[in-house]
Design a protein around this ligand. Structure first.
Ligand code: ATP
Length: 207
């Protein structure tokens, strides 16, 4: 599960999803757009449009899927609820992984029911070149004893582990920087898939 606002989806998200799929030998990567992210301002572009852009970005990429369960659900988009519904579908023995970038990981202890995240899934943290900071105390406490050293060790159990991954291609691309570029009329070519660029320019999104 790779959740996010995807406001808009960019090459950093998509390339990371593929490299996660390969590094962890995943059957599927569920990319889950948040309808109402609990810890940040509600995006200016509605969830349906963000999901359309995500689908355009993924196109026919094997193993990557738009999962719209947070859009269909009422209330704040809590990851525990999303993981619980995936767990119910996949059963107690499936290995379930929640992947997130280092910037999002830094705030994990402030999420809704953070301990429960680890009961439902493993957490895999992806390095981002533009983010490096020491961990807050509450996060140190949350992750105590959960670190595992390898993918093999992680995949011995269905949930509960923490693994840091440095994926082969690290990209300093953020949706914030893309929105800023669009607002001042600068080019976003090659920062996101061409179909996504065409979609958002045609609708004057973020301008
Ligand atoms: P924003 O700039 O609006 O915060 P973002 O680019 O960080 O957006 P999100 O939709 O918030 O994108 O990110 C969804 C998930 O993807 C988060 O876990 C985030 O850390 C991760 N992510 C985003 N960009 C990258 C990137 N370039 N490389 C690796 N992971 C990324």
């Amino acid at each position: 599960m790779l959740g996010g606002t995807f406001d808009p989806v960019h090459i950093g998200h998509l390339r990371s999803a593929i490299e996660l799929r390969d590094a962890l030998v995943l059957d599927r990567v569920h990319m889950v757009p948040a309808r109402m992210p609990p810890h940040r301002a509600t995006p200016g572009v509605d969830a349906e449009q963000r999901a359309i852009m995500l689908a355009l970005g993924i196109a026919d990429t094997p193993g990557l899927y738009v999962d719209d369960r947070e859009i269909r659900r009422e209330g704040p988009s809590y990851s525990t609820a999303t993981l619980a519904s995936l767990r119910e579908e996949l059963g107690p023995h499936a290995r379930l992984v929640m992947a997130l970038g280092y910037d999002a990981y830094l705030h994990l202890a402030d999420w809704h029911e953070p301990q429960r995240l680890f009961e439902l899934a493993h957490v895999v943290v992806v390095d981002r070149p533009d983010h490096r900071q020491p961990l807050p105390m509450a996060l140190e406490t949350l992750i105590a004893g959960r670190d595992v050293a390898s993918v093999d060790a992680l995949m011995q159990s269905p949930a509960g582990g923490l693994l840091h991954l440095s994926l082969p291609t690290r990209m300093a691309i953020s949706a914030t920087a893309i929105r800023e570029r669009l607002q001042r009329g600068a080019s976003v070519r090659y920062l996101l898939p061409e179909a996504v660029e065409r979609y958002l320019l045609a609708r004057r999104l973020y301008q």
